[in-house]
Design a protein around this ligand. Structure first.
Ligand code: UDP
Ligand code: MG
Length: 319
């Protein structure tokens, strides 16, 4: 005889993806609040934690959670630290739900907001972006994010209120598209926005970090800004080329003006030297710009290497 079905929700409707890096103090509370809220949603669900190479007790904490609720918890563990966005991307590769929700592990994104996101999906939106109406972060962190948001808006031309807020829900097809792209950019939120047909932004609560400090430092933030810029277009390189062209032209004019002055004989000729140096410089800049363009294209074409390496996956085997 067939074994009775364990769960009423055999079909997974919602997959929650959470990147985790050194969050040992937060896992237990996050797990408790998340499980409570998701059990209350009354939909089949799964929670996928992606351990981004944590070096503290995070792996043990995640394992505990998995042992307790292996019916819904899955844990994907990287062999090193690849960054929050790569972790989410990896999680996307495992999702089985019709809707995918992402959030941070530090409880800054209250899990209690998830039903609000899901409600909007039910209303027919295919991407629900949360924006932090009242941000609880340090001045530096908030300001840095604003700057990145500004660059992102310029570089991508995408309308979104707060790409840095990870409390988001996506219909599965968007997530599939994101996984499929071989773009080197790991800027998930902006990438997903590109594929969404009917997105909406809703305000969500933002709490202070439950424990520990931000896992972002200035370097990681700068890396993100560059990822955004170079991942979405070759424009920065092209601007370089254009600057080189403009300087070339101007110094060409300058050169001829100085040459003319010399010929009609009322100058000592230093200007000519300067003009010549500028001309050479501009040729070099132009050359670097051109080189960059080729390199950029080749880079896009060549970057087929794996973006992360998974060491272990904890999940209940299908019976
Ligand atoms: N995170 C990650 N890898 C990293 C940095 C961060 O997986 O290299 C995770 C982190 O554990 C958290 C989320 O990404 O769940 C957001 O990180 P954090 O709270 O430090 O960023 P902030 O709130 O300062 O933007
Ligand atoms: Mg945080």
């Amino acid at each position: 005889m067939q074994k009775a079905k364990k769960s009423v929700h055999a079909h997974i409707e919602v997959s929650v993806v959470i990147p985790v890096f050194n969050e040992q103090e937060n896992i237990a509370q996050l797990g408790a609040r998340l499980l409570k809220i998701m059990d209350g949603v009354r939909k089949g669900y799964e929670i996928i934690f992606v351990d981004d190479g944590s070096r503290d007790e995070t792996p043990q904490e995640l394992r505990k959670l998995f042992v307790r609720r292996s019916d819904v918890v899955r844990v994907v563990t990287f062999n090193g630290n690849y960054g929050q966005y790569v972790a989410i991307l990896a999680g996307f590769g495992y999702v089985r739900g019709d809707v995918v929700v992402t959030l941070d592990a530090d409880l800054q994104n209250p899990p209690e907001e998830i039903p609000n996101l899901l409600k909007k999906i039910d209303d027919g939106y295919d991407l629900v972006g949360g924006y932090r109406a009242k941000r609880q972060d340090s001045f530096f962190r908030t300001y840095a994010s604003r700057t990145i948001n500004f660059i992102r808006a310029k570089a991508t031309g995408l309308e979104m209120k707060d790409h840095g807020c990870m409390l988001r829900a996506y219909k599965k097809f968007i997530v599939d598209e994101v996984v499929k792209t071989r773009e080197t950019s790991t800027f998930i939120t902006a990438l997903a926005q590109k594929f969404a047909g009917n997105p909406i932004d809703i305000p969500v609560a933002h709490d202070e970090r439950a424990a520990g400090g931000s896992k972002y430092n200035l370097y990681k933030l700068i890396r993100i800004a560059f990822d955004l810029l170079t991942g979405f277009s070759l424009a920065p390189l092209q601007i370089f080329t254009i600057i080189g062209m403009v300087i070339s032209f101007l110094s060409g004019v300058y050169f001829f003006v100085e040459l003319f002055k010399k010929v009609i004989g009322h100058h000592h000729g230093y200007g000519l030297h300067f003009a010549f140096v500028f001309l050479l410089l501009s040729v070099i800049i132009l050359g670097v710009g051109l080189l960059g363009e080729y390199l950029g294209r080749a880079y896009f074409a060549v970057c087929q290497h794996p973006r992360f390496v998974i060491r272990e996956v904890l999940e209940k085997k299908d019976e």
